[in-house]
Design a protein around this ligand. Structure first.
Ligand code: E4P
Length: 274
């Protein structure tokens, strides 16, 4: 069964997903944390970040919560990862440290392997990691080799990339076909990756082939069809914004069916259980 994580740092959203009884974990990132903090600032609410994160961890007790590092060198990420783990794992024993696969900003940077080094060091210290910003199966393979518990291919951002490069008009939540899109007669692809879900599937296939323990965590999913497709290609986990989780249950015919059944209720049937 595909595990559903809530992709948010907003405690209200996290509580909601757990109250529905279907959340198997939480993923946060610096942008999601900024959004949650800004929301509170806008409302004039004071926020103690340590207490706030503690609350997230308690709500998610028994399921993994990814906290991302903000440092961009191996030494920095290892130090920060260990510090975050020490500070927060005692709360509910569910902290996973999120490490970018490659913290470099450009080709000429010398830090390309720093993510791998950090994952390996944290893994050696028995600190579980979620390797983020995965855009190729070979990145996933190296992260798995270094000992990452999860690898996070960013499906939605692959679809964005393909559409932007091809100058196609779209909004971020639009579905992109798993088999890809053509422009002229050419199939759009990024070095053989034809869609975000294709990336997820290629990661799943590569890791499965070698019986690696690392789980694929399909990330950057922005619509329900992507969730269906991530499940169909065998992703162990799908992390979803709250609105996508909500959308998963909606269907016009379900509403219509409810109206019809409610209209036809036989009162004596209801009375049986009163
Ligand atoms: C989760 O781990 C990722 O950080 C998140 O899904 C990214 O989503 P986005 O591409 O919609 O920002």
């Amino acid at each position: 069964m595909v595990k559903i994580f809530i992709d948010s740092a907003d405690i209200d959203e996290i509580k909601q997903a757990y109250a529905w009884g279907i959340a198997d974990g939480v993923t946060t990132n610096p942008s999601l944390l900024k959004k949650a903090v800004d929301k509170r600032k806008k409302k004039g609410q004071k926020l103690n970040l340590k207490t706030y994160i503690n609350e997230i961890l308690k709500v998610a007790k028994g399921t993994p919560v990814s906290l991302e590092v903000t440092e961009t060198t191996a030494a920095g990420m290892i130090k920060q990862g260990k510090a975050l783990y020490k500070m927060f794992n005692k709360v509910a024993k569910n902290v996973y440290i999120k490490i970018p696969i490659n913290p470099a900003f450009k080709n000429s940077d010398s830090t390309h392997f720093d993510g791998i080094i950090a994952i390996k060091a944290l893994s050696k210290a028995k600190i579980p990691t979620n390797c983020t910003l995965i855009f190729t199966p070979e990145q996933a393979l190296l992260a798995a080799k270094a000992g990452a518990s999860f690898v996070s291919p960013f499906a939605g951002r692959v679809d964005d990339f393909l559409r932007i490069n091809a100058k196609l008009k779209f909004t971020k939540t639009d579905h992109y076909p798993v088999w890809g899109e053509t422009k002229g007669k050419k199939l759009l692809h990024d070095n053989g990756i034809v869609s975000g879900i294709d990336l997820v599937e290629q990661c799943v296939r590569v890791l499965k082939h070698y019986n690696l323990k690392t789980e694929v965590l399909a990330a950057s999913l922005r619509n329900t069809r992507q969730v269906r497709e991530a499940a169909m290609v065998g992703s162990a986990i799908a992390t979803l914004p709250l609105f996508v989780i909500q959308d998963m249950l909606k269907h016009q015919k379900t509403y219509e069916g409810m109206k019809g059944f409610t209209k036809d209720i036989v009162p004596a049937y209801v009375a049986l259980t009163k």
